[in-house]
Design a protein around this ligand. Sequence first.
Ligand code: SF4
Ligand code: SF4
Length: 301
Amino acid sequence: MKKIRARLTGSYRDDARYPAALVNVTNHCNLSCSHCFVFRDGNPNQASRSIRDGMRDDEILETLRALRDRHGIVSMLWMGGEPLLKPHLLERGLRLFSRNTVTTNGTVPLVDFGPGALYVVSLDGPEDLNDRIRGAGVFRRVIRTLSRIPERFASPVQVQAVVTRRNQHRLEELVEAVRGTRAGWMTFSFYVPRAGDAGDDAWPTNQERAAAVREVMRLGREHPGFIRNSTRSLELMLPEHCKRVTDACPAKRHVLPLYMEHDRFATPFCCYGNDVDCDRCGAWVVFHLAAKLARPSTQSQ
Ligand code: SF4
Ligand code: SF4
């Protein structure tokens, strides 16, 4: 029997099927973004002093293989910290799952893992707004990475941007900047606030978020094929539907989150950690899954 180095708590069930999982392969990152949910207080996030002192690659892979076999995990989302700081681990880990997505901040050189691995590169608005969150010069570094994707690079590259109350009026600028690169397409996720979050990025209510959702719908019509949030998933984000979706969060049922803590993995409340405000959650994955699973009564005509 393979050893599982994980503290599996919360709503986790031994006998549950999880079609997807996300794994934090390191708590180290070369950036320190202000909205990072990996490094929030209250989330499992202890970074070892050196990247070499964390869980060993073999222990990580053995645990993931055992959890895959126990739960039927098909799809893995590789996260960090910055997962590309561990390219050799990724190279081996990608062979364990049929579908793989690697999230990256786009400032570390992309490795061609072949057509079976999708990159999701994060940007959070046009240059000034992005860099206020992610650090000075980061926007240009990411655009440079995206612009220099080699002709024969086989892994598809998607950009995902988080829409916030602050950047909602400047999304078109961001789309134009990304369209000038070699990125394949974009999706938008919406800010997931912490419980009690009254900061500049969070909308106080979902009614106030609706204009931003409609703006992404409009951009989707302007840039068909390039902006790939489905219309149905965006409709589900509107105030008349969203509470019903988040009350029965499909991501919580379908995605097993594995955060690294000391020498093992820990399962937080959900993919976004422990201290989230579900009622105002705008996570792409939640509404994407809900749209795929939606009963006819919630679908658009
Ligand atoms: S790049 Fe990602 S993991 Fe690193 S600090 Fe920013 S949000 Fe956190
Ligand atoms: S915060 Fe979002 S992803 Fe997490 S459980 Fe709540 S609705 Fe689901």
